[in-house]
Ligand binder design. Structure first.
Ligand SMILES: CC(C)(COP(=O)(O)OP(=O)(O)OC[C@H]1O[C@@H](n2cnc3c(N)ncnc32)[C@H](O)[C@@H]1OP(=O)(O)O)[C@@H](O)C(=O)NCCC(=O)NCCS
Length: 151
């Protein structure tokens, strides 16, 4: 198991996160006008390795209902993908959110993203899980599965 830690993301991380969003998510990446305030007022995390090197990140904002958050972006950096780190990161993230008093989490994922689906559907991680397929959620052909988890 890789030694990892989570630290809160800060506005000084914005530029690097923008580059990563662009290289990992391409046309679906988050724009600076959204990312900057998200870092200022949201509850996002950077995943670091034992020497403080970046290994992933999670961008999160609070929903209007109390104690609920939305996971806007979740990624393991490309050199570290496919080695089990995503599962480790996701579990650590849920533990951190629980410690912060978060009771429920929503997110959307592309139906073809098998790795992400395997992570999110892991039954050991939640009290309950609802999912719904929304056709054309992000525009024509951009279907997404919407998840809501009770932590
Ligand atoms: C999605 C992502 C976070 C997963 O992290 P990862 O470190 O690459 O994934 P892991 O190696 O931990 O594997 C995750 C799960 O997918 C499974 N898996 C791996 N390849 C798979 C495949 N081709 N088909 C189905 N399942 C697969 C693994 O077995 C594992 O399941 P398990 O935890 O039950 O064993 C990472 O690949 C990523 O950042 N991708 C680009 C950004 C992205 O798509 N983010 C999610 C947006 S919702």
């Amino acid at each position: 198991m890789t030694r990892i830690s989570l630290r809160p993301a800060q506005t000084k991380d914005c530029e690097r996160l923008l580059d990563l969003e662009d290289s990992i998510f391409g046309k679906h990446c988050n724009h600076i006008y959204f990312l900057k305030p998200l870092l200022e007022y949201g509850q996002s995390y950077i995943l670091e390795g034992k020497h403080g090197e970046w290994m992933g990140y999670a961008l999160i904002f609070h929903e209007s209902h109390a104690n609920s958050v939305h996971l806007l972006s979740f990624a393991v950096l490309p050199p570290f993908q496919g080695k089990g780190l995503g599962g480790q990161f996701y579990k650590a993230l849920l533990d951190a959110l629980r410690r912060d008093g978060v009771a429920s989490l929503s997110l959307s994922v592309a139906p073809q993203n098998q790795r992400a689906l395997a992570l999110y559907r892991n039954p050991g991680l939640y009290s309950s899980l609802d999912e719904e397929l929304r056709m054309d959620y992000y525009g024509p052909g951009e279907n997404r599965i919407l998840f809501r988890f009770t932590l």
